[in-house]
Design a binder for this molecule. Structure first.
Ligand SMILES: [Zn+2]
Length: 226
């Protein structure tokens, strides 16, 4: 398919999933056609930004960092609001984890599309998944399908949002990373909700990650860092 050599932009958070997607995009579109974008949205764990930079460097693709300071101004979620502790708790009303940042993926992908529009790319790649994850509604396939339509109409360009992990379990995501030769880059990633590298091993994000590696029978290289 000739379209596979068009330009692609990967939304890179510095975590395990977006890192796997970056390597997926490099294989599919070719290294020279891939770039990555990372959003500084006021996340408490600034380490994510450095991890994204390091992962992109390891993969040999450019990384652009863009600021979005509105989420922390809105507050109310555990990832940006200093008054909300990061925990495995769910919000009593919505039953969503306190780590849910309302609108985050919608805004990220819309800004990514705007950036792609200016840089002649029409393929966006994101690590969202609806299997084995935290239950965020903006990670679901129907949300992404609707958003792809909205940004394509709104910018009058046919965007494709690729979600290579959408139907993969954490175990299958680890297997994909192995297949893509992305395992070494996993040592550069950050997953922990408590902002730790090496990871705390206790939070929901750490537990999900550990489960995936355990079930895939692969040792997580992140556990080997000093
Ligand atoms: Zn953790």
């Amino acid at each position: 398919m000739s379209g596979d050599r068009e330009k692609a932009l990967v939304v890179l958070s510095g975590g395990q999933d977006s890192t796997t997607c970056l390597y997926w995009a490099v294989e599919r579109f070719g290294r020279d056609n891939v770039s990555s974008i990372t959003f500084d949205y006021g996340q408490k764990h600034r380490i994510e930004l450095d991890c994204a930079r390091d992962v992109a460097a390891a993969a040999g693709v450019p990384n652009v960092r863009l600021p979005i300071d509105t989420f922390s101004a809105l507050g109310g979620d555990a990832l940006t609001d200093a008054s909300v502790a990061i925990s495995n708790e769910t919000d009593g009303e919505t039953e969503l984890p306190v780590t849910f940042v309302a609108g985050r993926n919608l805004i990220f992908l819309t800004f990514a599309a705007a950036y792609a529009y200016r840089h002649d790319a029409r393929h966006l790649v994101t690590g969202v998944a609806q299997t084995d994850y935290s239950g965020y509604p903006d990670c679901r396939e129907d949300t992404i399908t609707a958003l792809q339509k909205a940004i394509s109409l709104g910018m009058d360009r046919e965007f494709t949002i690729h979600t290579p992990l959408m139907h993969r379990s954490k175990k299958q995501t680890v297997e994909l990373a192995v297949q893509l030769d992305a395992l070494e880059a996993m040592a550069l990633t950050h997953t922990c909700y408590n902002g730790r590298r090496p990871p705390c091993g206790e939070c929901q994000a750490c537990r999900l990650r550990a489960k995936g590696f355990r079930e895939a029978g692969v040792k997580d290289p992140l556990l080997d860092i000093g």
